[in-house]
Design a protein around this ligand. Sequence first.
Ligand SMILES: Cc1cc2nc3c(=O)[nH]c(=O)nc-3n(C[C@H](O)[C@H](O)[C@H](O)COP(=O)(O)OP(=O)(O)OC[C@H]3O[C@@H](n4cnc5c(N)ncnc54)[C@H](O)[C@@H]3O)c2cc1C
Length: 499
Amino acid sequence: MTGSDAFRLWTPGPSFGLDAGMIQRDPSSAGERPRVVIIGGGFSGAVLAWHLHRTAPHRHDIIIAEPRDEVGRGLAYDSSDPAHRINVPAQKMNLDFDEEGHFEQWLIASGYPARDPAAAIADVHLFPTRAAFGDYVNAHVRELGRAITHRKTRARAVVPHRGGYRVVCGDGEDIHADTVVLAVCHTPPQVPSSIAALRHHPRFVANPWQPDALRNIAPDDRVLIVGTGLTMADIVASLDRQGHRGSITAISRRGLRSQTHAAQFNEPFGNFASEPSHTTLALLRRIRRAIAEAAREGLSWYPVLDQLRLQGFDIWRALPLRERARLIHHLRPFWDTYRFRIAPQVDDVIVRRIAEGTLTIQAASVRADKSNDHDIAVDLRARRSRTWEPASFDAIVIATGPAHGTVFESNPLLGQIGSDGLARPDPLGLGIDVDLQGRAIGRDGQIAENLYVAGPLARGTFGELMGAPDLARYARNIAESIAHADIRAAQLPPHPVQA
Ligand SMILES: Cc1cc2nc3c(=O)[nH]c(=O)nc-3n(C[C@H](O)[C@H](O)[C@H](O)COP(=O)(O)OP(=O)(O)OC[C@H]3O[C@@H](n4cnc5c(N)ncnc54)[C@H](O)[C@@H]3O)c2cc1C
């Protein structure tokens, strides 16, 4: 059984007659259709709306509440920096998991390769800018015209109301919803407490994803980046593009940096889904055996990691909670650097800067007591050393990635939903606790029938759920669940918009 099959186990699937376009009804007035309010119009929210309309055309009144100007971008694809490229080849980043090449064909049809010749790698794969991917998602939602409404607002609260929910919006107009989908995902990174005293320094960048976050960094500044994964790679690429030539030191607990893609793409290799491992150690041994076997067949570790990702759901579900915690603690840093790869163009910058001696990646910790207006004095301690060494920088950038574990504190909406008991954190602190259909589990352990969680915040239940391909597949499953639940519920009452 493939990971894709496994994902299908918990959704209605084609046997329920919910293949794209099967629930054909004449468009009716919005007031007679079940209303689905999707809170958050990033990739997950937009792709879910697209799938819902595709699964049951004109069957729902679909509203996306999203404060950004456009839906389909969210944090990752709202970047206008051309140094930020998608980190999965375009061929695999599609609105529908099963329609490989959809985005790539869209790019080619729109003449993109000629506008960005650097996007092509070895004339085979396209790694366009992240903005281009946002354009693709946005264009497909816009194409659906009035079937999907974008309400440019921030949801403040979700309150049970008349068998559905009242979504309290920042623009003052509440919306009644039969079904709510939370697709609010990414939070800013969390500043490590050991350097929190520096956060008011003018060149301390706590959130590198804010527009122009790196503006105050001068070309010769000595920069300390805390974090060595994907965000660090983005920051180095952005600094390089803006003409920065000073020294950059990037640190993390293990000093591991993200890998790039293999020169040659092979079919996924190995099998971790049949009789999946029940302990982290057994899984690790199995991975090592698969890598050795792949080597004997002249293959690298890449196809093994690809198979692990595809079968991530089966692997995760087979591990008891204690083992999942162990996996996160011991293997996640390695998984994050080998599984989440950077675009070859970004890797070229990293490799060049290392060769030039202007980028050093270290396994180290950092601490600081205070800052003055000029130099930023910190202490660095190399991994396994007991000695703190003084060091001085002109700027510090936090690149530890989204702090999903604190999402109930950092997102006020989730704060309200959590304190009202409608949803709760998952036991591993990865996001929100959901059942196998993606429905939120409340504080009392009850499943909320019509409250879904789309996007990476559901990964406590599903394991690997971060990259666009997995998110698209998950969104389609939720769309099918919503359409199916709606059929079961038969007639839902009309729902006037509440003032
Ligand atoms: C910087 C970055 C780059 C990435 N690059 C890639 C890549 O190249 N390839 C890949 O496969 N994966 C990539 N990823 C993985 C990424 O998780 C997904 O591709 C995707 O961006 C997740 O989208 P999302 O919609 O779930 O979350 P988000 O992008 O965080 O979108 C959530 C949206 O919710 C909105 N929101 C929040 N609170 C509220 C509220 N109260 N009311 C209304 N709206 C609200 C926000 O404005 C936001 O637009 C990247 C991730 C990051 C962080």
